[in-house]
Write a protein that binds this ligand. Sequence first.
Ligand code: GDP
Ligand code: IMO
Ligand code: MG
Length: 428
Amino acid sequence: MSTIAVVGAQWGDEGKGKAIDYLATKADYVVRAQGGSNAGHSVVIDGKKYALHLIPSGILNPDAKNIIGNGVVFDPEIFFEEIEGLEKDGINTDNIYISDRVHIVFPYHKILDGLTEKAKGSKKVGTTNKGIGPCYMDKMARTGIRACDMLEPELFKAKLEEQIDSKNDVITKIYGEEPLDKEAIVKEYLDYAERLAARITDTSVMLNEALERGDKILFEGAQGAMLDIDLGTYPYVTSSHPVSGGFAAGAGISPRCLDEIIGIVKAYTTRVGAGPFVSEEDNETGDKIREIGHEYGVTTGRPRRCGWLDLVQLKYSARINGLTGISLMLLDVLDQFETVKVCVGYDHNGETVKNFPASLNYLEECKPVYKEFKGWNTPLTECRNYSDLPVEAKEYIEFIEEYTGVPVKIVSVGPDRTQTMVRAEFFK
Ligand code: GDP
Ligand code: IMO
Ligand code: MG
């Protein structure tokens, strides 16, 4: 096995950063293929917490090369902020390569993200305000500007000026706001272009050469399957493909290259931003999960909505991602519950719903059907082997495997690298 894809199997924030950092210790390459700085991946090493947004979480492993694939929307301002932070912590950031096909996020994308959300009022998506949707809109409208354009400064300047004029029309005429300062933006971005030039390359060629050599490649998903633009709870989704299918187009590799697809799953469910959430506990139970799990966004600081594990959703996610394994995260957060519930079905006006529905109206009418488990009521944070786990925790895990048909290959009982139990061999 030379490739592993890691995907968020729920609504994001499942603990991908920790799992990726763990798996990256053996990887030659770590690759992002979609999303952008909307991601917030936390990694804890020896008690020190790192928050990664645009830079792959493999950066904390000095031997891995980090690739920002063509499917990513790339924000140079955030990139350099992250680089500065990492270098202050003594992390070497030389090993980062950026696809010449990434689309660039500009200030007008961020402004328009805020303005469109405001205009939606109560129907707002609750985006991260990082300009992700508007940048992907330009990409799809075939008016976007890519990293390869940055390597041709005259052309880049002309394209950027044209875009700023066009976006200023929208900002002033539709939203009645002040126009952006064209000259200042062009100057700032020409400077970024110069500083990025050495890192911009055809990363698809790099990756395919690495695949031919049999190098070990870890694909790092951002967001989660339920935020996928096609397969998630549309329109309360992000604008990219966080499902495993997104890696091929987003990194310029064949879909046949993914050997293992690991779904990162929280032992419960959270969601940040608006949209339906059948197993939500908007009550004391949800508050207890939030406080114990420190469920506040890494990118926006917003409190996350919390609820029980939803196996109807997870089974759907296993199907659309083709999961070969689950990494079950934050199991320790359930240490202090007498009873642990799991959603095993949706009830829609007396009928049992088998497959995750497309219609949000329909989904909002669904009520969770729960199976209850006796809580283990003991701290798991010191467990290092599966056999150390109390029987109640094992029953919970084995039920997840049985329901989804996917083996739980990693169990995580704390944020630190060491608080990890592995039940399979990766990167043999
Ligand atoms: P990501 O976006 O999927 O990378 O997840 P986030 O980093 O946004 O959120 C996950 C949070 O859970 C972070 O604060 C992690 O440090 C933390 N975390 C990860 N695994 C565990 C675990 O097993 N137990 C606990 N208590 N925290 C964990
Ligand atoms: P990681 O990689 C959780 C959510 C936002 C919003 C919706 C659209 O840390 O798991 P966007 O800014 O992408 O247009 O927002 O998607 N969202 C995330 N939720 N984790 C993330 O990333 C997210 N990235 C975007 O809250 O509901
Ligand atoms: Mg996150």
